[in-house]
Structures are given as C-alpha cells and as structure tokens.
Design a binder for this molecule. Structure first.
Ligand code: GUN
Length: 291
C-alpha cells in the first residue's frame, strides 16, 4: 500500500506546537507579528496572501497586510519596506512574488532586513544556508524536509533527484538535503529544462522531488518501484469546474502512486507545509528579536 502523505495533518501538528510557543510570548506581553506585502492584483497571489493572513489569525500571530497598487513605483515599495524594517511589532515580513514589471524584485529582497526575512530570500540568508548555518530555512524546502521526516524517510546516503532549479525551492532544497545535519546527508541530483534523459535521473532515485511548475510532467514510468515522491507543483489547468480551473501538481498522481511507497497529493501535500513553515519562521524571528 502506498502511503499518501497528509500535509494538512503534519502542518496541523506544527501549528499546534507553535501555538504553545506563541502563548509563552503572550505571557511576556509580546505578540509575534508577520506582515505580507502585495503589489498589484494577481489573483493567485491574492489567494496565497489571504491564506497566510488567515493562518496568522488562527495561531495568534499579529498579521498585517499592506497592499500597493499595480502601478506602485520602486520608491513606493522601498518606503514600505523601510517602514516594516523599523516597525518593532513586525518581526517578519515578505513581499509576495511576482511583482509588476517596474519593480526589481532583487532590489526588494536586498532591502529587507535579513533578521525579518522570513522567506529566507535575502543574499545574507541564502549565504548562511549554503554555508550550513541557516537562519531562516526557506518555507517550501523546510516543509519538504518535515514531510520526509513525518513519513520516516531516512535520507542518509540516499539518491534524491530534484526536478527544478528555482531560487525558491530547487536550489535551497538541494543545499539542505546535501548537508550533514537535519535529515540531509543525501546524494542530490538537480535536474532542469536542459537535463538529458530526465527519466533516467528520476527512475534511479530513492526520492523524487518535482518542483518545476509543469503540470503532471513526472509520471509513473519515471518513478522507480518503492520510491518516495514529493510534489511541490501547484498548476492551474483549465477544467470544467465552477472556477474554470483545477489544481494539479508536477506529478501525474495516479500512475506515480502505482510505483511509489509514499507520495504527496496536490492539494494537501506540500502547500500547507509551506504556510506552516512561514509561521515557524515568524515565531523564530520574534524569539530572536525579543530574546
Ligand atoms: N510567491 C510564490 N511563492 C512565494 C514565497 O514563498 N514567497 C514569496 N514572497 N512569494 C512567493
């Protein structure tokens, strides 16, 4: 029987332990604060940000939401960032990506106070992660690590193939899984659009992580028998539903499940974990700033 890993259940456990932590803060008169900044009105980003705010409310984090119009300038956004950097009640914040074309997202990331960079995107935090001294692990890679641990997957010495080399998922996850500590110690292969014979790289892996943003790219024929499959993809594809679309992962679930010993679904796998780890980083930021 294939284990379908329940990301909602693991995320619930993490949220419960954070609630205990947050109660301790409350006793000391401190409420951890998370701000989200959204520039423009991208519908998917609006959904993500409102879910992050709802999560804050549920666990007792003070959620602050800042919205800038789609034609906001870099200076406008820089001013918002400076205010958040100076606000002692905001322990962590993020600027939702993507931003409109007139915004240089790299400049945005560099301007965020690294101590409040709960996404873990600032160059200082990326450097610390690569050096094996992460301050904030980026939320999705950290969530994937927690999911593997929850399914009792021992990654030590295993072959892990990551499909996708993004700044947000593929690269930081490869670094984390490579490191000695924290469920790492794996042999990691990172594949991308120019990889020759992708199927050979995935078929020979003990763990396949698909994080490429291509609907159902990885199917059962590309999965070795008994492998663990983690699907990071969230793709909107046209469908005859009320909303006119449905969400599918980067993995063709049914055929991959036939082969896998454990697999994450979409939705309900990695997505809830990403959100839980954002709350985790916010509580970590608060404890470092208030400590
Ligand atoms: N857009 C998609 N994922 C993310 C994320 O993890 N952080 C931010 N800031 N924007 C995103």
């Amino acid at each position: 029987m294939t284990d379908v890993i329940d990301g909602n259940a693991v995320a619930d456990d993490i949220r419960s332990s954070l609630e205990d932590c947050i109660a301790t803060f409350e006793d000391a008169g401190v409420t951890p604060g998370l701000a989200t900044v959204l520039v423009g009105d991208d519908p998917a980003s609006e959904t993500y940000v409102s879910m992050k705010q709802r999560d804050c409310e549920e666990v007792g984090i003070n959620g602050v939401h800042v919205e800038l119009p789609a034609d906001a300038s870099q200076d406008d956004l820089n001013s918002t960032i400076d205010e958040l950097n100076d606000d002692p009640e905001v322990h962590g914040y993020l600027v939702q990506d993507p931003t409109p074309d007139q915004i240089d997202y790299r400049e945005v990331i560099r301007r965020i106070d690294p101590a409040k960079d709960v996404d873990g995107f600032h160059p200082e935090n990326v450097g610390r992660l690569v050096a094996g001294d992460a301050r904030f692990k980026p939320c999705t890679p950290h969530g994937v690590q927690k999911l593997l641990a929850s399914a009792n997957v021992d990654t030590e010495g295993k072959d892990i193939t990551i499909v996708g080399r993004s700044r947000i998922v593929g690269k930081p996850l490869a670094n984390l899984l490579l490191q000695k500590a924290d469920d790492g110690n794996a042999t990691v292969t990172v594949c991308h659009s120019r990889t020759q014979d992708l199927a050979e790289k995935t078929r020979n892996a003990d763990v396949v992580v698909a994080a490429v943003g291509a609907p159902e790219l990885v199917d059962g024929s590309m999965i070795g028998e008994g492998a663990v499959v983690i699907d990071v993809g969230v793709n909107r594809v046209d469908a005859d539903t009320e909303k006119g679309y449905e969400l599918v992962g980067d993995v063709e679930f049914e055929s991959a499940k036939e082969q896998a010993s454990a697999i994450t679904p979409v939705p309900g796998g990695v997505g809830p974990m990403t959100r839980a780890m954002l709350l985790y980083n916010t509580v970590k930021a608060a404890s470092e700033q208030e400590g």
